[in-house]
Write a protein that binds this ligand. Sequence first.
Ligand code: ZN
Length: 255
Amino acid sequence: MSRPLNRRLLLVFAHPDDESVFAAGVVCRTVAGGGRVALCTATPGEHGKLGDPPVCSRENLGRARQAELMEACRILGISTIRLLGYPDRALAVAPADTIRRQLVEVIRAVRPQVVATFEPNGTNLHPDHVAISRFAGDAVSAAADARWYPELGKPHTIARLAWTLPVRPWAVLRRGDPAPEPGVDFAIDVEAFARRKAAALRAHRSQHITIDRIFFSKPDRGRLLSVELFRQAFGPRLGSVPETDLFAGIAGRLS
Ligand SMILES: [Zn+2]
């Protein structure tokens, strides 16, 4: 008899706000179901927008954005947060051995069934998004292999790697039914958590210009905040596409 799944989700993203833009609803769903969510954020985003009016000076933006991220994580119920501290807009030249080791350490400690990260082109071709996708895939493989970093604990094989879509998900949602769009393997109803997703997005005060442009200035913002879309990189075969649960096909396999 299979035991109920103790759901564990690890998000691996580049900047503070990526987690709220792409996955806040899935985080809330996982936590509401008794699961745990951990987040690795690779850079403090110190070269991002300052806000209008600016929330702080340029030199303080990295620190301010980390504080915004902590507030967003508190709102969403993310229990484990690792800030890797790499320079913004230069993640592609981060030392591969160092970041692999950091991510393997997190994967073996959290032991997630599902890891979610950017798809290989970063959804919007942002070089940091592209870089973290590659580093995450590399670390998922290394975490499963006892020959890598035996001092970092028992190997761990995840059940599913989920990617963001190859195109901006809000553009897909705006066109109507996401099901026939390329790469939509998961269309997850997060309407019950739309207000919490909105609050997490608003916690990223310095990024309000972008976040308003994507979500809050749009007449269909209710819908944009109510569905999250992912693609399967690898994992159990999908029963129907799009699936409605990021843990579909995993329940009972791991506990
Ligand atoms: Zn980003």
